[in-house]
Design a protein around this ligand. Structure first.
Ligand code: GLC
Length: 422
């Protein structure tokens, strides 16, 4: 297959030069990698190159993962051979499954068996193994251990407790001259991350996960309305107005600058908040997210990430070998130790060297067990449109542009139609 104009345009858009793409030879492959873990991908690439003698070009994905969807769509529609390996969010697997190679015979069985069964299972679609898990992601609550101690507060069990503690500490710190202090930073920009943050609030309040596994649209209910109205009340009080435009990285910056008591994010923030440049080294606590109502469970959004090989790769075996390597035990251990990425390989949860740097790993396993799963299984190829409709509605509610009850009712009607175009 020759390179298409479309493919090259797409590659140029993310800064891959034509000469780099053109220099592809038999044992040269090319992979996408998330910008937040670029250095880790480079480490894996170098180790694999040394081991195999092949070369792999690592391409940084757009800063906002959502923006990779149209880029991938463009490359795949053009049957581009420029990129062999895609980095994939769990919610994209259904969307891209028809363009991904079946890895079941290309990845050694023992490496498949080493993964969490349910995480691997989420990548088994239409009888194919379309991708291999690389790490687990689940929404977690970070907090300032030092400030909670200073004010004699316990880590909150409910969102209402979180709100009260956040407000009290924020106000006291401001009165003490720390005028930049906020109570809670999270992600309320209009994007996929808001689907995660909102589903956590709603599910932990007994309000479900937008669409149930059997396809029933559940989002139009009083528990969901209550959860979103509570969160709306945070904007401008315990969370800056700017939170309506915060993604993970923007909100993390405020927390790590020392200006937020509580912070919702993924496991990698344990790593970044302890790196040089962070103002809160050794001041950070972490726990599963609070619950909305007694009897409900903490419902961190589940977001494992994967690597898959495109059907158009000219080097499928070499590409699968790299996928096997970067998702294998050695590299997952390296990522856990270097940057707090939570492995998708259960054996690493008992590895002493991993536990030494990630002592809280047991808590995240509990968080995986209680997690909220986005409705990508049922909605498949229409997931993106369903999620967009949801996060736009939630954003309108949080920004005070829509009434929660009316907006969720209207959304449910739209989802009834959207969910079937899968
Ligand atoms: C993280 C999660 C992913 C989620 C995204 C939202 O990358 O792993 O599943 O979709 O955040 O921003």
């Amino acid at each position: 297959m020759t390179k298409s104009i479309l493919g090259l345009t797409a590659l140029a858009a993310i800064g891959i030069s034509m000469s780099a793409a053109d220099s592809a030879r038999a044992e040269s492959i090319s992979a996408f990698c998330a910008p937040t873990e670029y250095e880790l991908c480079m480490t894996a690439a170098t180790a694999w190159e040394e081991k195999t003698g092949n070369t792999v070009t690592i391409n940084k994905m757009p800063a906002l993962l959502d923006d990779a969807i149209p880029l991938y769509q463009q490359l795949l529609a053009a049957k581009s051979t420029d990129v062999d390996i895609l980095f994939l969010d769990v919610i994209w697997l259904g969307m891209f499954k028809n363009n991904l190679l079946d890895l079941s015979t290309l990845i050694p069985q023992e490496d498949q068996d080493a993964q969490f069964e349910s995480t691997l299972g989420a990548a088994k679609l239409d009888g194919k193994l379309v991708a291999m898990p690389s790490y687990m992601d689940v929404g977690l609550m970070y907090y300032r251990k030092d400030l909670l101690e200073k004010y004699g507060k316990e880590p909150p069990k409910t969102w209402a407790e979180m709100e009260a503690t956040a407000k009290e500490i924020q106000d006291a710190e401001r009165a003490d001259g720390n005028s930049d202090m906020w109570g809670y930073t999270w992600q309320a920009k209009s994007y996929e991350g808001l689907t995660c943050d909102a589903i956590e609030l709603i599910a932990s309040n007994g309000g479900g996960t937008i669409i149930a596994d059997d396809g029933t649209v559940t989002v139009d209910n009083p528990d969901a309305v209550e959860a979103l109205n509570m969160a709306k009340g945070w904007i401008g009080t315990i969370s800056p107005e700017g939170v309506l435009n915060y993604d993970e990285e923007a909100s993390r910056a405020v927390f790590e600058a020392g200006n937020s008591v509580f912070h919702r994010n993924w496991p990698y923030v344990w790593g970044t908040s302890h790196e040089e440049g962070s103002k809160i080294i050794d001041k950070v606590g972490m726990m599963p997210l609070p619950v909305g109502k007694a009897g409900e469970k903490s419902s961190g959004c589940l977001g494992p990430m994967y690597y898959g090989v495109t059907k158009y790769s000219e080097n499928p075996e070499v590409a699968a070998d790299f996928v096997d390597f970067i998702t294998g035990e050695e590299m997952q251990k390296m990522r856990a130790i270097e940057a707090a990425y939570n492995p998708s390989i259960p054996a690493l949860y008992e590895d002493e060297e991993v536990l030494e740097v990630l002592p809280f790993l047991k808590d995240t396993v509990d968080a995986f067990a209680d997690s909220a799963v986005r409705p990508s299984g049922y909605t498949g190829t229409s997931y993106n449109r369903v999620s967009q409709a949801f996060y736009r509605t939630v954003h309108d509610i949080l920004a005070g542009q829509a009434d929660a009850e009316d907006a969720l009712h209207q959304l449910a009607g739209r989802l009834e139609k959207l969910k079937e175009s899968r």
